[in-house]
Design a protein around this ligand. Structure first.
Ligand SMILES: *[C@@H]1O[C@H](CO)[C@@H](O)[C@H](O)[C@H]1NC(C)=O
Ligand SMILES: *[C@@H]1O[C@H](CO)[C@@H](O)[C@H](O)[C@H]1NC(C)=O
Ligand SMILES: *[C@@H]1O[C@H](CO)[C@@H](O)[C@H](O)[C@H]1NC(C)=O
Ligand SMILES: CC(=O)N[C@H]1CO[C@H](CO)[C@@H](O)[C@@H]1O
Length: 332
């Protein structure tokens, strides 16, 4: 089965070769006039060259997939609740509430994978392990994962967790863990963060087989945490059962241009132009005025969307979000 390669959206890369521009103010105004299930906000300056939010390599496909879990793994007598929020189910696991910032690097595939793995390790260890795991090792050392800051494959990220594992690491300059995230937070011009446009395009960091945080005392080799089983999920009920039992999952989807303007509500695409492939972490679900949704953490900091999260239509494979969900069981 073919799998779509999610490349990440970059917040504001200058990519001079293209000329088409996107007017986010127009898109936002049109979305808001539809009086639909979600509200838009330009979020980004108008007349931004389309290149500045484009994937860098165009659509690519990979043949790699993970074995699909079937219902024998779950107790199907358990009732699936109308609403579920992993933050409330496991308050002892602080990483579930973290909203990362991928910065000016197309690392969503690695950030979403490392975040879901951190959450799952905490849940599986019954709250004993609370640290964040680092996307840095995936970005810089996983040679099968794709192109580092220029996008990559979630499936290979989870395979790397199984074969090698990853070390701990908090946010940029956080002094948490072995390899903190290497790039500073940035945002759009309306956020109280340095605008991404003022930062250089970050290159994929070099693989360093040591702890880069001088204040961290554990050994690099010993700091690795692993996944013992990786899998994919395609059935909606099983996606829910897996989140209820094991924690958040990583999902890839096609981000249409209007996704950039998301402000609140339950997103579904209203334009046909694609901005890029994107990867995110699903932490729950619910229903808003009769509209079913997935509750999803993005990696564009807490000032975007609903405090860093968004909700997207559930049950009809909106933007392909139910098509390539991956996860795994931590080795505790
Ligand atoms: C917008 O939709 C809501 C709910 O469907 C409806 O009550 C309201 O009248 C609509 N407003 C406009 C301006 O169409
Ligand atoms: C991050 O830490 C480095 C080294 O201590 C420092 O030079 C830099 O200013 C810090 N950056 C931010 C954004 O805090
Ligand atoms: C969902 O959409 C994606 C992208 O179009 C597709 O690859 C996948 O097969 C679909 N999944 C389901 C369960 O229909
Ligand atoms: C990688 C990174 O810098 N992450 C930070 C993003 O912002 C949140 C708060 O919004 C911090 O908690 C993260 O450490």
């Amino acid at each position: 089965m073919k799998q779509f390669l999610p490349l990440c959206l970059l917040l504001a890369t200058a990519y001079a070769a293209r000329i088409e521009s996107v007017n986010f103010e127009d898109i936002a105004e049109r979305v808001n006039s539809l009086n639909t299930t979600w509200k838009a906000d330009p979020n980004f300056p108008s007349n931004l060259p389309v290149s500045s939010i484009q994937w860098l390599f165009g659509a690519k496909e990979s043949d790699a997939t993970l074995p699909e879990l079937d219902e024998s793994e779950f107790d199907t007598n358990d009732v699936i609740p109308e609403e579920f929020d992993a933050r409330k189910k496991w308050p002892e696991c602080p990483t579930i509430s973290d909203i990362p910032n991928q910065s000016k690097c197309g690392s969503c595939w690695a950030v979403a994978a490392a975040s879901a793995f951190s959450d799952r390790l905490c849940i599986a260890s019954k709250g004993k392990f609370k640290s964040a795991l680092s996307a840095n090792e995936l970005l810089s050392c996983c040679t099968d994962c794709g192109y580092g800051c220029d996008g990559g494959f979630p499936v290979e990220a989870w395979e790397y967790f199984k074969e090698v594992g990853i070390v701990t690491g908090g946010g940029y300059n956080s002094s948490i863990g072995c390899q903190p995230y290497p790039f500073p937070r940035c945002g759009s011009s309306s956020d109280p963060l340095p605008p991404c446009s003022t930062l250089p395009d970050y290159k994929t960091p070099e693989c360093q087989e040591k702890c880069t945080n001088p204040e961290y005392s554990a050994e690099y080799k010993q700091d690795h945490h692993k996944i013992k089983k990786t899998y994919s999920l395609r059935n909606i009920e099983l996606i829910q059962r897996d989140i209820m039992k094991n924690g958040p999952v990583e999902a890839s989807f096609t981000a249409y241009q209007d996704f950039m303007t998301y402000k609140s509500g339950v997103y579904h695409h209203t334009v046909t132009k694609v901005a890029a492939g994107h990867a995110v972490r699903i932490i729950g679900w619910g229903t808003d005025n009769g509209t079913p949704y997935w509750l999803v953490a993005n990696s564009w900091d807490k000032y975007w969307g609903e405090e860093g999260l968004f909700r997207i239509l559930r049950g009809s494979n909106e933007s392909g979000i139910e098509g390539s969900i991956v996860a795994g069981i931590p080795d505790v």
